[in-house]
Design a protein around this ligand. Structure first.
Ligand SMILES: NC(=O)C1=CN([C@@H]2O[C@H](COP(=O)(O)OP(=O)(O)OC[C@H]3O[C@@H](n4cnc5c(N)ncnc54)[C@H](OP(=O)(O)O)[C@@H]3O)[C@@H](O)[C@H]2O)C=CC1
Ligand SMILES: Cc1cn([C@H]2C[C@H](O)[C@@H](COP(=O)(O)OP(=O)(O)O[C@H]3O[C@@H](C)C(=O)[C@@H](O)[C@H]3O)O2)c(=O)[nH]c1=O
Length: 290
């Protein structure tokens, strides 16, 4: 999801990019596994980078509950591996963390509030965040919220899960209103990331879109933007409704505010509704094609 937007953003400024993944679905991707220190070290050293951005992760919370060792190796150990290589090369290191590290005790979290990760995914990401913050001097840790981006082919999360139901002909969508968060558009996130890195102001930053919402509000807005509000009903359900499908623990609220970015004048994130309007165009075009 984010890799796509990041690559496009870096292409725009003419950066020379070596992009890698274990899942090489684009011709600009080369194979590299963040769990394999020696192999990825060689892969990176051969390129002599000036910056390392770690976007690799396992982001399916249910998979992470079931495949715990792999989740720790990818999300936490992978963060360490790339951090060590960045430190050895003395280049800045960007690690992407998540609003999901919070426990939901509060309604809204700024950069200084204390995390309390509930799921294996969140625990492994929080470990990565802490490692990077304490062990890597030239670090940027950026916390994203509910990510949306990549379109029908690459978006693995909520928007595309809703879209797939619509595409399959659903006239009623059941959506929870007891989970709150901050949608985060990958295009804006990649843009903001570049601004933060260029500023040389190392550290930890919340970086989410403006505003906040429940999953229900996001689904309702998405359906409206697709022009389907009259034909598709979005029905409120409690999270319990999905307890067998979405069994990983999730906080009631993972709403973030970009307190530090605002103070530093580095907040380039637009409001989530403006971003969703732009993003929905991709899905509208896809609906028309089919
Ligand atoms: N999506 C979201 O809502 C949020 C994401 N984030 C963070 O943003 C970052 C980017 O995530 P996002 O773009 O959404 O996720 P994606 O799944 O789209 O991208 C992550 C990529 O990493 C790959 N990967 C998995 N294991 C390895 C490995 N061992 N070595 C190298 N690559 C690997 C995945 O492959 P495969 O497809 O095979 O798994 C996938 O292609 C992650 O750090 C994530 O934790 C933060 C907040 C919210
Ligand atoms: C598909 C669907 C989901 N939902 C709800 C249930 C559940 O709370 C949530 C599941 O969707 P997602 O898988 O996108 O959400 P989730 O896995 O909770 O997303 C998380 O992803 C990782 C990567 C993060 O870093 C977190 O911060 C967070 O963004 O949406 C509905 O209410 N109705 C639906 O039709």
């Amino acid at each position: 999801m984010l890799g796509d937007a990041m690559y496009q953003r870096l292409q725009k400024v003419g950066a020379v990019v070596k992009a890698s993944d274990v899942n090489c679905i684009e011709d600009w991707l080369e194979y590299a596994d963040v769990r394999d220190f020696n192999a990825i070290r060689k892969h990176i050293l051969d390129f002599e980078p000036q910056l390392i951005i770690n976007l690799a992760a396992l982001t399916d919370l249910e998979y992470c509950e079931q495949e715990q060792e792999n989740s720790w190796l990818t999300n936490a150990f992978g963060a360490e591996n790339l951090g060590l290589i960045a430190a050895q090369l003395d280049v800045p290191y960007v690690y992407i963390s998540t609003a999901g590290i919070f426990g939901g005790e509060r309604d809204l979290y700024h950069d200084f509030h204390a995390p309390n990760p509930l799921s294996v995914y969140a625990q492994s990401k929080y470990y990565g965040e802490q490692y990077v913050r304490t062990s890597i001097k030239k670090h940027f840790v950026l916390r994203a919220g509910w990510m949306m981006g990549g379109g029908p082919a690459k978006d693995k999360k909520f928007i595309n899960k809703i879209y797939k139901q619509i595409q399959a002909g659903a006239t009623e969508l059941c959506v929870v209103d007891d989970k709150l968060g901050t949608p985060t558009y990958t295009v804006d996130f990649a843009n903001g990331l570049c601004g933060i890195v260029e500023s040389d102001q190392y550290g930890l930053y919340n970086q989410v879109c403006g505003g906040a919402a429940s999953r229900f509000e996001v689904a309702q807005e998405f359906v409206r933007l697709l022009g389907l509000a009259d034909t598709i009903k979005v029905k409120v359900v409690p999270s319990d409704y999905f307890k067998s499908q979405y069994f990983a623990p999730r906080p009631a609220s993972e709403k973030l505010v970009n307190l530090k970015l605002n103070q530093r004048g580095l907040n380039l994130m637009r409001d989530w509704k403006v971003c969703l309007q732009e993003y929905a165009e991709v899905f509208k075009a896809d609906l028309l094609r089919k």
